[in-house]
Design a protein around this ligand. Structure first.
Ligand SMILES: NC(=O)c1ccc[n+]([C@@H]2O[C@H](COP(=O)([O-])OP(=O)(O)OC[C@H]3O[C@@H](n4cnc5c(N)ncnc54)[C@H](OP(=O)(O)O)[C@@H]3O)[C@@H](O)[C@H]2O)c1
Length: 206
């Protein structure tokens, strides 16, 4: 599968690219700056180009920019992405003195991105910390994917299954992204409280 990682120069994009490359995927790292993409890509042994170039021939686009840039980036890339499925991994968090809070927005980032794009948007991988994803072995954690378009969700579940040694789980319609994105706040609070890089595993599913 050819996977374009928009904003792939950050810790999450890098870790995902390395895992996907290991599993035999064709990966292209995207950046706002071609030179930055090329430098990251050379380090990881994958391709690199501007975000707009990266998405053009992809089977799936992973939108992995800084979370608060995801919506504008999707808007900017609307034409280049066309009908290619997009996987949103973004969670909007608010850091306060009392702890990390989920976004107060009623709709998830993924649903707002869907409103901007022609093709299907799915959401997932929010609970996989970049540090765990990038560790020597694939993380022993479940990955959750949600979406309304069955083929797009299938592609994203296949991708998720290749980057974790846990399970890739179908978490239902795109509206579930509200919970998956919000869950990131819970995980970050756990990380701070217990000084860990927590991940998730669901019980009761064989
Ligand atoms: N970090 C994690 O553990 C983790 C885990 C699960 C999900 N996620 C999600 O994965 C995504 C990436 O996380 P990250 O920690 O790798 O993020 P990051 O380092 O903050 O940003 C990733 C990339 O976004 C690009 N970027 C920054 N500002 C931008 C802007 N204004 N417009 C367009 N692009 C911009 C930059 O690439 P260029 O400067 O090269 O364009 C940067 O390298 C986020 O949505 C996050 O919620 C992260």
């Amino acid at each position: 599968m050819r996977v374009a990682i928009v904003g792939g120069t950050g810790p999450f994009g890098r870790a995902l690219a390395a895992r996907l490359r290991e599993s035999g995927d064709e990966v292209v790292i995207g950046s706002r700056e071609a030179a930055r993409a090329a430098a990251t890509a050379a380090e990881l042994g994958v391709e690199g180009s501007t975000n707009a170039e990266a998405v053009r021939r992809a089977d799936i686009v992973v939108l992995a920019t800084k979370a608060d840039a995801a919506l504008n980036t999707a808007r900017d890339l609307r034409e280049a992405i066309g009908t290619t499925p997009v996987l949103s991994v973004a969670s909007e968090l608010r850091i306060t003195a009392g702890g990390v809070l989920p976004s107060p927005e009623p709709a998830s980032i993924a649903e707002r991105i869907q409103a901007e794009l022609e093709g299907p948007v799915v959401a997932g991988l929010h609970s996989l910390a970049a540090s765990n994803l990038g560790s020597e072995q694939p993380p022993d954690e479940d990955a959750f994917v949600c979406g309304d378009d069955a083929p797009a969700k299938g592609l994203a579940l296949d991708l998720a299954a290749r980057v974790t040694s846990g399970r890739a789980l179908d978490a239902g319609p795109l509206a579930s992204a509200r919970a998956l994105e919000g869950l990131t706040a819970v995980i970050v609070n756990l990380n701070k409280r217990y000084r860990v890089h927590a991940g998730l595993r669901v019980t009761g599913i064989e």
